[in-house]
Design a protein around this ligand. Structure first.
Ligand code: NAD
Length: 295
């Protein structure tokens, strides 16, 4: 049964494109309008059958009963101010953005009815961008965190929850601040660490030898996420500032301990540190069969 007559996806990239594709495959949506800034990407989305129509102007959300915002966090102010002008008064607005307090702040700043906004974050993704990377099963068996506020209309939260479940996701509700703190630790900090490590290694090149030529599987695994979209990660870092600074400090503290142990030749402390981390990671894997770091 059709659950959404007219879906508007603002930002038809990996996440918005996958959401549209999965809802269409599930037979839950009538027509889909894609709205974005890159015409080449929108044309590709249309060619791939992800969207039926496209527009470069947010006026095109006007007829939609569900609006999915899937743009980088830095574009939220511009997008929500346009939604206030052009969205139907009874439209449900939801999103997939990685930092939830910022998404809620933008909704409360720009929408006269912020209760119609259902903030959500699928913990699924990849280091690839754009509609061409969209996949119908990206969200299958993945977690989607919904972070309602006291203003959120519970019936709309229920409808957005149903849609995610229809396309295979497991939905949990959580406070936005707690979401941002957890994601800073398990996603945002690892991305920063990967970017930093790759730049530190690149800086060691001396022209005669390429340090990357000596890297093996461990380096490849650790740095996969450094191939992610720089714009997306700049915006995540700037819109989760407080939690990310705390996570950076926690990591810097751990590194300082390791540095001290190495400087002192304290093998016992190193062993204790590594053993504790191995036990924590092995325990997590045993509980979850592995996880995935997404935006
Ligand atoms: P993407 O780069 O693949 O797609 C983003 C799309 O938004 C692009 O097509 C771009 O042209 C469009 N866009 C940018 N600014 C715009 C604007 N002002 N108006 C309209 N369109 C605009 O990125 P993505 O990976 O799909 O990420 C989208 C959102 O989902 C981000 O907020 C990101 O933080 C979040 N997210 C990403 C992942 C991931 O792993 N990639 C996972 C979960 C959530």
């Amino acid at each position: 049964m059709i659950a959404v007559d007219h879906l508007a996806v603002v930002g038809v990239g990996l996440i918005g494109g996958s959401f549209a594709k999965a809802l269409r495959a599930a037979g839950k949506v009538g027509r889909i309008t894609g709205i974005g800034r890159s015409e080449a990407n929108l044309l590709e989305a249309k060619r791939l059958g992800i969207i039926d129509h496209y527009a470069m102007d947010l006026v095109a959300v006007a007829g939609a009963d569900l609006i999915m915002v899937a743009v980088p966090m830095g574009a939220y102010g511009q997008v929500f101010s346009a939604l206030e002008l052009h969205a139907r008064a009874d439209a449900i607005i939801t999103d997939a953005g990685s930092t939830k307090q910022h998404a809620i702040r933008m909704a409360e700043q720009f929408l006269t009815a912020p209760g119609r906004f259902v903030p959500a974050h699928p913990i699924a993704g990849a280091e690839h961008s754009g509609a061409a990377a969209a996949s119908v099963d990206l969200f299958v068996d993945r977690l989607v965190v919904i972070t309602p506020t006291p203003k959120s209309e519970s019936q709309l939260v229920g409808r957005v929850t149903d849609l995610w479940q229809t396309i295979g996701a497991n939905v949990v509700e959580m406070d936005a601040k707690q979401h941002d703190q957890f994601l800073a630790a398990v996603s945002h900090l690892p991305h920063l660490a990967a970017f930093a490590l790759v730049n530190a290694v690149a800086a060691q090149g001396d022209g005669a030898h390429d340090p990357f030529g000596f890297a093996a599987g461990g380096f490849r695994d650790f740095t996969r996420i450094a191939s992610s979209s720089p714009v997306m990660w700049r915006d995540i870092a700037l819109t989760n500032r407080e939690a990310l600074l705390a996570s950076i400090d926690a990591m810097a503290g751990q590194l300082a301990q390791l540095r001290g142990a190495i400087a002192q030749g304290d093998g016992a402390l190193l062993l204790e540190h590594f053993t504790k981390a191995k036990a924590a990671r092995d325990g997590w894997l045993a509980r979850s069969e592995g996880g995935m770091i997404g935006g």
